[in-house]
Ligand binder design. Structure first.
Ligand code: F6P
Length: 319
């Protein structure tokens, strides 16, 4: 394989740049040429493609966002869009593609693979919801951003003796909420993977108050519902003064943590290694601290599963 392409797609994630850098440098080290596809699958369809050199990826390892830009592309969900993309790849002499992104990006890579074009998926999303890996690039950074916010909110919650509902991202997955809630000492964590009974949530808050607790932090994953609505309900039912913070896109930005930079470097390089060995249609990940790769079609037939033991632990520790 002489020439490969790389793109980032879907919601950006801190560490995507480090992954792009790893793909480019590893490939050039092994005498391959690398083409950057800008704006994800949208740029692929439009032919927004340029060669990347060693220097093109200098000074980006510490930067959030993605130098290749990103997009969500409806057209690529259609066969016509996918075939246009393959035409562009062929026109540029690109023989394989590394796709860095989340669920939607993996679906695109799967489609290209099914059309016979070799792709490697690299998990890049703050949601940590990709099958075949314990961690996705960007999750650790987002987690630390959320914990920083929870710690700050806790200060004001303590001073004013208030209840706080903090809504975090994660789309359909509760990983950000669970990990941040556990690390931030939240009294209650609401995640889509475990349907909590609202009456039980209220009862827990009241029990805490009866024991003399003056403030509470409740972390809600966006996949469960609106933090604002939960806040209203909690205030109505408990009469505790309640405030709501929706953290939003702040969770997607910022300089990647060392963990995310190292993970991105390892996974990006592994993706190129697979292509050097003539393997396409795979996705890379880290499981039990080992780099792994799986058939992308098979991996996508499974679902990422959240660590339910950790959820149980969070309940035991927040009595
Ligand atoms: O997938 C990453 C993510 O940030 C999700 O957590 C969130 O639901 C979604 O993207 C938001 O997407 P957008 O930036 O397109 O509004």
């Amino acid at each position: 394989m002489k020439r490969i392409g790389v793109l980032t797609s879907g919601g950006d994630a801190p560490g995507m740049n480090a992954a792009v850098r790893a793909v480019v440098r590893k490939a050039i080290f092994h005498n391959m040429e690398v083409y950057g596809i800008y704006r994800g699958y949208a740029g692929l369809i439009d032919g927004d493609i340029k060669e990347l050199e060693v220097g093109s990826v200098g000074d980006i390892i510490h930067r959030g966002g993605t130098m290749l830009y990103s997009a969500r592309c409806e057209e690529f969900k259609t066969i016509e869009g996918q075939l246009k993309g393959i035409e562009q790849l062929k026109k540029h002499g690109i023989e394989a593609l590394v796709v860095i992104g989340g669920d939607g990006s993996y679906q695109g890579a799967k489609k290209l693979t099914e059309h016979g074009f070799p792709c490697i998926g690299v998990p890049g999303t703050i949601d940590n919801d990709i099958p075949g890996t314990d961690f996705t690039i960007g999750f650790d950074t987002a987690l630390n951003t959320v914990i920083d916010a929870i710690d700050k909110i806790r200060d004001t919650a303590t001073s004013h003796e208030r209840t706080y509902v903090i809504e975090v991202m994660g789309r359909h997955a509760g990983d950000i909420a669970l990990w941040a809630g556990l690390a931030g000492g939240a009294e209650t964590i609401l995640i889509p993977e475990a349907k909590d009974d609202m009456n039980e949530v209220i009862a827990r808050l009241k029990r805490g108050s009866d024991r003399g607790k003056k403030h509470s932090i409740i972390v809600v994953a966006e996949g469960v519902g609106s933090g604002v609505e939960f806040g209203k309900k909690i205030q109505e039912e408990t009469k505790f003064e309640t405030r709501v913070s929706v953290l939003g896109h702040i969770q997607r930005g910022g300089s990647p943590t060392a963990f995310d930079r190292v993970l991105a470097s390892r996974l990006g390089a592994r993706a190129v290694e697979l292509l050097l060995n003539g393997k396409g249609g795979r996705c890379v990940g880290i499981q039990s601290n080992e780099l792994v790769d799986h058939d992308i079609i098979e991996a996508l037939s499974r679902k990422h599963s959240l660590d339910h033991k950790m959820y149980d632990l969070s309940k035991e520790l927040s009595i």
